[in-house]
Design a protein around this ligand. Structure first.
Ligand code: CA
Ligand code: CA
Length: 350
């Protein structure tokens, strides 16, 4: 046997012996700790050493849950879906072996239950990301059309004049300021960074049951439509001017009023989406061409490129025979433990 052939044989043996994957194990976890050729496994928090056969045996042995990356035995664990050919992701361990397909590669359920839908999922992701690129391109074109028809500088000058006339020096009259003065000052601070924002001033947008009067206030109609509750007055532009904060709306809890965070996002037209995320908290997105620029487009293009790269790398790995589930049989439900002699180890009571 020639040297090359010997190296090839050794490589195959090496691959067979040392190439293993553990069901549900995060790529960030130390895979060597789970080497099935070892007799024992030490919980990653160092608290216990157990037989290797107790890894992914559907019984929670380690206080940190590290012996069960691929079953639902330890509450609070995250299960890693390799999803080769699409995007990898984590799911809560309670979704493992629950009879529903959560990973596109089917790795969260017993073999054969879930068809591999990663190719279809990847195609959907690419279509979504590609759609976003086109949306941003349309947004930039819309912003340019808008700038061609609206005298932005004149609008800003007019607002500045109104501010000087009605609000005066903020240092002296701060407490007497109206909400409009405060809002206008905040908006004026963004004249140079986001010149198109001026077109949104005083715009009223509706998204049933919400009404947002940009840079002024926001409200929500009651379910019977008979009343409206304030979601707050415009109070701040945060996160480098990318989020509008409306605070001190109608009371709804013991001590505080409703509030709304509205993220400004590039979109081909100006629309608002709002939803309630807590008892008194609301969150939303304001899509508008006013904030579309070349950097937004670059970001969207980069996301698409990264996605295609990730999917291609996964497909390449798949072609080379790595299906990401080599040790899947380890996590089968109801598997009985073999009696193993390990000193001072006993299963916790359920
Ligand atoms: Ca276990
Ligand atoms: Ca599942």
């Amino acid at each position: 046997m020639g040297v090359t052939a010997r190296i090839a044989v050794l490589f195959v043996i090496f691959s067979l012996v040392f190439s293993y994957t553990i069901r549900g194990l995060s790529p960030d976890a130390p895979i060597e700790a789970y080497d099935p050729s070892q007799a024992n496994f030490t919980c990653l928090d160092g608290s216990r050493t157990i037989p290797m056969a107790w890894v992914n045996d559907d019984y929670c042995d380690c206080p940190d849950g590290s012996d069960e990356p691929g079953t639902s035995a330890c509450t609070g664990n995250l299960f890693f879906c390799s999803n080769i050919g699409s995007r990898s992701k984590y799911i809560h361990s309670s979704f493992v072996d629950d009879g529903r397909c959560d990973c596109c590669d089917g790795s969260d359920e017993v073999a054969g239950l879930c068809p591999n839908t990663c190719a279809e999922e990847a195609a959907q992701f690419i279509a979504q990301y590609d759609f976003r690129v086109k949306e941003v391109e349309e947004g930039i074109a819309a912003r340019r059309r808008m700038e061609a028809t609206v005298e932005l500088d004149a609008e800003w000058d007019q607002l500045e004049e109104w501010f000087v006339l009605n609000c005066g020096d903020s240092e002296e009259t701060d407490e007497e300021w109206t909400d409009s003065c405060h809002a206008t000052e905040l908006l004026l601070e963004h004249r140079s960074t986001a010149p198109s924002l001026i077109v949104l001033y005083n715009t009223t947008l509706e998204s049933d049951p919400y009404t947002v009067h940009l840079f002024q206030n926001a409200s929500v109609a009651s379910s019977d439509g008979q009343r409206t509750h304030s979601l707050g007055v415009f109070s701040a532009l945060v996160e480098k001017g990318s989020t509008l904060l409306f605070l001190d709306g109608a009371p709804c809890g013991a001590d505080h009023g409703r509030s709304l965070r509205l993220a400004l996002t590039c979109g081909p037209s100006t629309v608002v989406q709002v939803s309630r995320i807590g008892t008194c908290e609301y969150e939303g997105t304001l899509y508008t061409p006013a904030v579309c620029d070349e950097s937004t487009l670059k970001e969207a293009q980069q996301l698409l490129e990264d996605l295609i790269e990730e999917i291609s790398e996964g497909r390449l790995a798949l072609d080379e025979g790595d299906d990401g589930n080599e040790m899947k049989e380890e996590g089968g439900k109801g598997k009985q433990k073999e009696p193993v002699e390990v000193e001072d180890i006993a299963h916790d009571e359920l």
